[in-house]
Every structure is written in C-alpha cells, then in structure tokens.
Design a protein around this ligand. Structure first.
Ligand SMILES: [Zn+2]
Length: 68
C-alpha cells in the first residue's frame, strides 16, 4: 500500500494523548501543561474509582476513626 500523504515530523516526535496536538519537549508527551494536568487528574480519578469499586467498604463509613 502507498500512502499519498507524507508523515509529518510532528507526528514522529509524538502527539498529545489528550488533544492530539504535537507534543512539546517541556511537557512531553503532552502539548501543554494543561493537557498534562488533565491526564494526571484523569489517571488519579481512575485509580480512585478502581479502588472504590473494588472495595466499597460501607462499614468504613460507620466506623470512621476521624469522626471523633
Ligand atoms: Zn494537548
């Protein structure tokens, strides 16, 4: 198969996983600090969600050690 369009150098360097723009070396592999932040919060949110989904632990609410 032959590709009609050449591969842009920006793509070779990497693209932002958040918005798809060419990544910037400073915040690689993202295009900006904002996108890096978005990815981070996404990642953290996913981790917390998985933990909560795995261990609902409704009793923990009843025996909250920080309540008193
Ligand atoms: Zn981006």
């Amino acid at each position: 198969m032959t590709t009609p369009s050449p591969t842009p150098p920006a793509t070779a360097a990497g693209t932002c996983p958040i918005c798809g723009r060419p990544s910037v070396t400073e915040v690689k592999p993202f295009c900006s600090k904002r996108c890096a932040d978005v990815d981070l919060s996404r990642w953290l949110g996913g981790v917390y969600r998985i933990e909560g989904s795995e261990r609902p632990d409704p009793a923990a609410n009843d025996a909250d050690p920080e309540a008193e």
